[in-house]
Write a protein that binds this ligand. Structure first.
Ligand code: NAP
Length: 517
């Protein structure tokens, strides 16, 4: 089977055989993808002309209704998606649901936001500034939609959620999307878009798909277009350089990898609720989605006097994790998406082992050589101040390193050594510790989860991204921002200072929703 791209309103295949997509549990080739010879300039122009025109005529509430319609199509076809996720990504039922249901939930959330915005098309910030001695010359700031296309380049681990969270924001803002999934796991993305196209719920040119390499796509974009990239820091850097060299570059946002941390607070004692909650969260990081979440915990900072007990508690549970075929309901952890990712993860563990030692691994059953199976691995590094790799190398799989610390001042310094991350968590009921972590580490992170006993019974987890909270992180994490409710629309809009007498603002008010965005 060869995947096709949906561009210029038709399904098209590339001229070459293309790159393979494999069954994660066996390594067998199940499809190929290629975009050679496809006219990308025509595809961009098609989306720009037809898609922009169609969305520009709609109010936010009408665009929100489009998102609701997509969510309905996906919900109807959900059964088949889990099977694709099992084969092409090694997802068991829970892992598949995080991606598939997460995408649908995000679409529905943005559909609801669209509904609340009603018959408006842009935003106006509250209040006005007086620019002259008498109140006759004023300014107000408005946000209007950029008339371009949104190219969305996605990572292999979130074929559904990654696509729909970006598309939800761009379509609601009024910008057509061209989606480019990672080739290795593009099967699910292709099937979902095929279902949406077949159901005829979207205007022509609003949603396009490119399967295969991006080729020259980014170079074809202009100043009103955008690129939202999710993937490794290395590819992110290539794109940054490429865009910087363009005369009239598109807007670029980057969601890259990060070496996220959790901190077990100084008030936590062995066997307390917080101790158990923290152990549970670390085990989730070593099993859920086989650790292939960008926000996953990679470093676990534990008070010196607690570290042996914490290592023992996690080690006992990791040894009991059952790794196996994602179709086997008794297996808790499936394979990484392919053997190539397994080899990269193993090579990165080897780098960490130069500074850390192995504490425990989950037992690995007999598995095919060509599969992606990788044993969940717990490491410990007793020299966190001099270590480098444990703070800098992301093992994109179920591997975490425990690091002892003396005090919160030291841990704040050590957490920052990752150079900026997507997510941090603190397990503590100590308000002073929470305050110190927030004041020292908020600037280094896109999101911080504070877990005390009460939150511990209600939270969504360290790694889970929710649509109402901003996702993204500074520095190494890419410096981008997505989601965060209305805030996510900013990327697709332009803020303009309007200077005039107050009369004009009254006219604008009818089309603009007043908000700080
Ligand atoms: P990757 O190798 O960097 O690829 C990401 C995407 O970029 C793919 O669609 C890839 O296409 C495309 N690409 C590669 N070279 C390109 C180029 N020169 N121009 C334009 N596009 C190009 O990353 P990955 O291996 O798929 O994903 C794993 C990484 O993503 C992990 O490090 C993880 O932490 C990170 N991630 C971050 C987030 C976040 O929100 N911050 C979320 C998920 C994952 P092909 O597949 O066709 O090469």
């Amino acid at each position: 089977m060869k995947l096709e791209s949906y561009l210029c309103g038709t399904w098209q295949a590339g001229q070459k055989e293309g790159r393979p997509l494999v069954d994660a549990s066996t390594g067998a080739i199940i499809a190929t993808a290629d975009a050679t010879g496809i006219d990308l300039a025509a595809a961009v122009e098609y989306a720009r002309s037809r898609g922009v025109a169609a969305l520009a005529e709609m109010y936010f509430e009408e665009r929100g209704a489009l998102l609701a319609a997509i969510a309905e199509v996906l919900t109807r076809n959900k059964e088949s998606y889990a099977e694709i996720a099992r084969r092409n990504s090694g997802n068991n039922a829970v892992d598949a649901a995080i991606d598939i249901d997460g995408g649908i939930f995000t679409l529905k959330t943005y559909a609801r936001i669209g509904k609340t915005l009603g018959s408006t098309r842009g935003f106006i910030e509250p209040g006005m500034d007086q620019l002259s001695r008498e109140p006759v010359f004023m300014s107000r700031h408005v946000w209007t939609t950029r008339p371009g296309v949104a190219v969305q380049i996605n990572a292999f681990n979130f074929r559904s959620w990654g696509m729909w969270e970006k598309t939800a924001q761009s379509l609601l803002a009024g910008v057509p999307s061209i989606v480019k999934p990672a080739t290795s796991t593009a099967l699910l993305t292709e099937r979902m878009i095929r279902d949406v196209v077949a159901s005829n719920v979207l205007p022509d040119g609003v949603l396009s798909l490119l399967c295969g390499s991006a080729g020259d796509l980014v170079n074809l974009l202009g100043p009103m277009d955008s690129v939202a990239f999710t993937g490794s820091a290395a590819t992110g850097m290539l794109l940054r350089k490429q865009v910087a060299a363009m005369e009239l570059p598109p807007r670029l946002t980057i969601e890259a990898d990060s070496v996220n941390a959790t901190i077990i607070g100084p008030d936590v004692t062995v066997g307390s609720d917080l101790f158990d909650l923290a152990v549970k969260e670390v085990i989730k990081a070593l099993s859920v989605k086989v650790g292939q979440l960008c926000t996953n915990i990679r470093r676990v900072f534990v008070p010196q006097d607690l570290v042996d007990a914490f290592c023992d508690a996690v080690a006992e549970k990791i040894r009991a994790l059952r790794v196996g075929d994602p179709a086997d309901t008794a297996a808790y952890v499936g394979p990484l998406i392919n053997a190539e990712q397994r080899d990269v993860a193993n090579a990165n563990v080897a780098r960490l082992l130069q500074e850390a030692r192995l504490i425990a691994e989950a037992p690995l059953p007999d598995v095919p050589e060509g599969s992606g199976f990788f044993a969940p691995t717990l490491l410990r590094c007793d020299e966190p101040d001099t270590a480098r790799a444990v703070h800098e190398v992301e093992v994109f799989g179920p591997c975490a390193t425990i690091l002892p610390y003396e005090n919160l001042d030291q841990v704040a310094r050590l957490v920052g050594k990752a150079g900026g991350s997507l997510a941090l968590s603190l397990f503590s009921s100590d308000r002073a510790a929470q305050k110190q972590v927030a004041s020292r580490l908020a600037a280094w992170h896109g999101r911080i989860l504070f877990v005390d006993e009460e939150v511990g019974r209600n939270h969504t987890g360290h790694a889970i991204v929710v649509p109402l909270c901003t996702h993204g992180g500074p520095g190494r994490a890419g410096g981008g921002e997505e989601l965060g409710g209305l805030r996510g629309l900013r990327f697709h809009m332009q803020r303009t200072a309007l200077q005039d007498g107050s009369g004009m603002f009254d006219t604008l008010g009818a089309e603009l929703h007043e908000t700080t965005v």
